[in-house]
Design a protein around this ligand. Structure first.
Ligand code: SAM
Ligand code: SF4
Length: 344
C-alpha cells in the first residue's frame, strides 16, 4: 500500500520551474520499470537484461517524488516504462497519484503502454481519473506484430484497446515508422485507427540504446511518409496539441487526426516542457542527452524534502537546449540507455 505523501503543494497555476531557456517545466514522464513483456526490435535486443529489483524505487518513493514535482509546478504526469502495467502494484501507485487529480493540483495523469495488460486495468484506470492512454501498435498483422515485438499477441492488445474504449478512455495509437518493416502498413493503420475513432501518431526511430542489427536499415524519415500520404489524402495542418512533441494534421477523407513526432528530421526542442524520471530515481532533463541528476540518494538520505527539492531545481537549471540525434550507419547510439529505461 502506498502511504499517501502530502507535503505543502502550491495551488494549481502557481509558478512552474523555468529552465535556462525560459521553458516552464510542466510535464513529467516517469518510467516505473525497465522491464517489459515485449522486446520490440527498435527498443531492445533479444538478450536485454533488466535491473535488479533492489535498484528500483519503491512505489512509495515514486509517489513521493511525483508529489514533489507536482509541488514544483508539474501539471501533467505520464506513467511509462518499460511496460508500466507489468510493474507489480502499479495500480496502487495510480490510485495514490489520483489524489492530485482530485485536489486539482494535477491536470492530467496518463500512461503509455504496449496494451498487453490493458484489458484488466482499463476500468481501474478510468475510475482513478485517467482520461486518455497512448497504446503503441506498429502493425495490424498478427505475424508481423509478433515479429516486431518478438513476443506480442496482437489479439490481446486489440482486446486491451477495446476495453479502454469501453471504459471511456480516449485512446491514441503510437506507431514507429520503420522502413521495410511496417511502412506499407502506415496507411492501413491510419484508416483503421481513424475508423475506430483513435488519433494516430507516427514516430521516427531514435538512436537510443543497443539493438540487434543496424538502426539505419529501418530508419524512415516522416517527411517521406507525409509526402506519400499527401499524394492520396488531403492533410490539413491543425493547431491541436496534447502537451507532447507531435504536430498534427486532420485527414480530410477520414476525419481523423494524424500526428508526426519527428526528432530526427525536425527538431522540436524549442517548446520542450518535459523532464523524465527513471525507475531508479535518475532525472533526465533531455531524452537525447546523457546529463542526469540522481534523486534517489537525497530521497533516501534525508528525512525532509529540502535536499530532493534542491536537487530537482538544480537539475532543471541545467536542462540543455535540445538533443543532437543523428542516425548514421555503424554510428554509436546518441545515448547508451534505451528508451525503455528513460521512459518514452
Ligand atoms: N512499453 C510501452 C510502450 O511500448 O508503449 C511504454 C514504453 S515505450 C519505451 C514508449 C514508446 O517509445 C513506444 O511508443 C515505443 O514505440 C517508443 N520507442 C521505443 N524505442 C524507440 C526508439 N528507439 N525510437 C523511437 N521510439 C521508440
Ligand atoms: Fe517494451 Fe515498449 Fe520497448 Fe516495445 S517499445 S520493448 S513494448 S518498452
Amino acid at each position: 500500500m502506498v502511504a499517501l505523501y502530502q507535503p505543502m503543494l502550491k495551488p494549481a497555476g502557481a509558478g512552474a520551474m523555468t529552465d535556462p531557456f525560459g521553458r516552464a517545466i510542466r510535464y513529467l514522464r516517469v518510467s516505473v520499470t525497465d522491464r517489459c513483456d515485449f522486446r520490440c526490435l527498435y527498443c531492445m535486443t533479444e538478450e536485454t537484461t533488466f535491473l535488479p529489483r533492489r535498484d528500483l524505487l519503491t512505489l512509495e518513493e515514486l509517489d513521493r517524488l511525483c508529489t514533489l514535482f507536482i509541488g514544483l509546478g508539474v501539471r501533467r504526469l505520464r506513467i511509462t516504462g518499460g511496460e508500466p502495467l507489468v510493474r507489480r502494484g502499479v495500480m496502487t501507485l495510480f490510485r495514490a497519484l489520483g489524489r492530485h487529480l482530485e485536489s486539482g493540483a494535477l491536470e492530467e495523469l496518463t500512461l503509455t503502454t504496449n496494451g498487453s495488460q490493458l484489458a484488466r486495468h482499463a476500468a481501474g484506470l478510468a475510475a482513478i481519473g485517467v482520461r486518455r492512454v497512448n497504446v503503441s501498435l506498429d502493425s495490424l498483422d498478427p505475424a508481423r506484430f509478433r515479429a516486431l515485438t518478438r513476443r506480442g499477441d496482437l489479439a490481446q492488445v486489440l482486446e486491451g484497446i477495446a476495453a479502454a474504449r469501453a471504459a471511456g478512455l480516449k485512446v491514441k495509437i503510437n506507431a514507429v515508422a520503420l522502413k521495410g518493416l511496417n511502412e506499407d502498413e502506415i496507411e492501413p493503420l491510419m484508416v483503421w485507427a481513424h475508423g475506430e475513432g483513435h488519433d494516430l501518431t507516427l514516430i521516427e526511430t531514435m538512436p537510443m540504446g543497443e539493438v540487434d542489427g543496424d538502426r539505419t536499415d529501418h530508419y524512415l524519415p516522416l517527411d517521406q511518409v507525409r509526402a506519400r500520404l499527401a499524394a492520396r489524402y488531403r492533410l490539413e495542418d491543425i493547431a491541436h496539441r496534447t502537451g507532447g512533441p507531435a504536430r498534427y494534421v486532420r485527414v480530410a477523407e477520414t476525419g481523423g487526426r494524424l500526428g508526426f513526432i519527428t526528432p530526427m528530421t525536425h527538431n522540436f526542442c524549442e517548446a520542450c516542457n518535459r523532464v523524465r524520471l527513471t525507475c531508479t530515481g535518475t532525472l533526465y532533463m533531455c531524452l537525447g542527452q546523457e546529463d542526469a541528476a540522481d534523486l534517489r540518494t537525497p530521497l533516501r538520505h534525508s528525512e525532509g524534502d529540502e535536499a530532493v527539492r534542491a536537487a530537482i531545481v538544480a537539475a532543471i537549471a541545467r536542462k540543455p537546449k535540445g538533443h543532437d540525434f543523428v542516425i548514421a550507419r555503424n554510428a554509436r547510439p546518441a545515448v547508451g540507455r534505451p528508451m525503455s529505461l528513460t521512459g518514452g
